[in-house]
Write a protein that binds this ligand. Sequence first.
Ligand SMILES: [Zn+2]
Length: 469
Amino acid sequence: MADKNESGSESESQEETVVGNLQKFAVTPPGYTGKPKKGHLVFNAYFESGNLGRVDYISDIEYDLFIRPDTYSPRFRVWFYFTVENVKADQRVVFNIVNFSKTKSLYRDGMSPVVMSTSRPKWVRIPAKQVYYYRCPDHRKNYVLSVTFMFDKEDDVYHFAYCYPYDYTRLQNYLDAVERKNYNFFKRELLCLTVQERRVDILTITHPRNVPKNDQEKKKVIFITARIHPGETPSSFVCQGVIDFLVSSHPIAKSLREHLIFRIVPMLNPDGVYLGNYRCSLMGFDLNRHWQEPSPWAQPALYATKNLLMSYDQDNNIDLDFYIDIHAHSTLMSGFMYGNTYDDVSRCERQAIFPKLLCQNAEDFSIQNTNFNRDAMKAGTGRRTLGGILDENSYCYTLEVSFYSYTPANSSTLQPIPYTEDAYQKLGRNVVRTFIDYYKSTGYIPTKPSSGLTPSDELNSRSLTSKNR
Ligand SMILES: [Zn+2]
């Protein structure tokens, strides 16, 4: 949604000045000429997924920072990612990020940006007590995020971001590494190229005998996509957790590969990710509002993904059981799902099973936040569009995970636990575990004593026949 400031001429004229990323930009006091001295901070966002459009000097310790709006879509200004160098030891600063396009934010609830530096290359959240999020009279009553920070090592380059970065190159390196293991159950293919000719990868994870042949029995397909919204980096960590577990030697993974075909598109919007956008593609499209009629040239990843899903839907040898699109949520806590509502009551009930099972496996998954709707605002989303056209036995969900934290279901304290990179990946692993629970509950996957599953599950195995093996 556009906020009110965007209609004001003052706001527009300010935004016009924020068009590209800062490139090694030294901020010096007004009137200062000559080479920047130590302590004159140098800001840079001229790198993959970088985003910082402008910095204003306020005082020696205070700086106003402007997010660079999404390409061709200035109303989205949320993701930021930049570096600071040329610092002095023990230099204290206040950074005010002054042009957020969203007012509701988890920053109100204790979320804080992440930081790392050359000598401490692991991203951590800045302590919440150093972060303030408030409506600021100095900035046309915009919400402003103020962060106090002390640089401690002169030679370090400090990196700051909205949330843990996960860029296109990282995904490519990760997929290269999995590919090098030469698993016979893992295949990586090119689904299409983006407008800027980046790879949109599609993975197939299944036992080699499951590759569909025309005369075979029906195969079940689970289709997972992530990162249609480029700023939603937790989506990639969850997706990597899914892939890591599915290619592992864990008995659950082996059993799932034997019985199911997983197809995964881990990054639907590589251009947006590369450019450091929050919501949109290179051309300014919020791709998750264009599933109804994707353009082959402007939205090639959507076009190809939808075509593939539709071909599965029409293939008599394939049951497309699940379509799950992974996102991150900027205002709600925990992991949760969005599903569709249908007039058919039994279809609604069947659709509610997977989230309930996931809730049993993942302490960070909230059934309270899980919601089934037909909100008109979400009509062009993958979940809504595909839910309306796929076979009634296909379940379509959006899996959301908070940018910030979760409250464990069974904990005595209500203290939120901030997500780490690993906690996001763990949610992905728990999604995979839930497929085995689901298919055991339907009787499609047998329970073998050797599979390491719980004894109660063996009850379900009695309904099995050998034809599924
Ligand atoms: Zn999203």
